[in-house]
Design a protein around this ligand. Structure first.
Ligand code: MG
Length: 251
């Protein structure tokens, strides 16, 4: 399904959805603590979303059994919340969430260190992954090409010699959680499909301290680094405008 130029009403709904999503992620960041389970975080996300008037956007998507994707340390994305999985001091936790409102969905992610960081490079990885997302967003404007965005993300990260995951990519978003085209986090400028003002896309660099290679865990969902190096993930849904981008999933 190709992403469409959204109508004025659809954009209004996505702004509201995005505001709820950003609020939920800030709430999760403020409340996450060592000793909580990943299911506790899912429960908090759902309760806060309902309080705000939205609906969880991931629940049941292609059979995903929970509402929050929560991925710890060497898990990159798509970790499934569980009552058995306890969050520990120093863990690098990635929180990926979606909110549906008035038929429209937004998608965003943040990584955090819970409690006391174990290593300085964990903090740096998080800060630089966030900045690589900003670099990708800075490349956006009417008639941008997907390769312009990927090249900008990759260009910012190059000097750090991190792994940039290629098997997973950003995407169009709005009516559906995943709409075409793909938005890679690598690539060359002036390549790939063109995007128009009024389209909405999710840009989402996934960056590791080691390899770019990943595999799918036995649960069929969780994506893990092949060398078990730790990973960070930042994502925002943005509206493409004539001169730039409006970030829908930040406060
Ligand atoms: Mg996404």
């Amino acid at each position: 399904m190709q992403t469409k130029v959204k109508t004025a009403d659809e954009i209004i709904a996505m702004r509201e959805s995005g505001h709820m999503l950003a609020t939920v992620l800030e709430y999760l960041k403020a409340n996450i603590k060592p000793g909580m389970t990943t299911q506790d975080m899912d429960d908090l996300a759902v309760a806060e979303t309902k309080r705000l008037g939205g609906e969880p956007g991931f629940l049941g998507y292609q059979g995903f059994p929970r509402s929050l994707c929560i991925s710890i340390n060497d898990e990159v994305v798509h970790g499934i919340p569980s009552k058995e999985r306890v969050i520990k001091d120093g863990d690098l936790v990635s929180l990926d969430y979606g909110v549906r409102y008035k038929g429209m969905v937004t998608d965003a992610a943040r990584s955090v260190i819970v409690g006391t960081p174990k290593q300085r490079r964990h903090i740096e990885l998080i800060e630089r992954t966030a900045k690589s997302l900003d670099a990708g967003i800075a490349a956006v404007h009417d008639r941008v090409r997907t390769g312009d965005i990927g090249s900008s993300v990759e260009g910012y990260l190059k000097k750090f010699h991190y792994g940039i995951v290629r098997d997973l990519v950003g995407h169009g978003v709005g009516h559906h959680l995943h709409e075409d085209p793909n938005i890679p986090n690598t690539g060359r400028a002036d390549t790939g499909p063109w995007l128009d003002a009024g389209m909405t896309i999710a840009i989402e660099p996934m960056v590791t301290l080691g390899t770019e290679r990943v595999y799918v865990a036995d649960d069929g969902w969780t994506i893990i680094t092949a060398d078990h190096s730790w990973a960070a993930h930042f994502e925002d849904t943005v509206l493409i405008t004539k001169d730039g981008a409006e970030i829908l999933t930040r406060l």
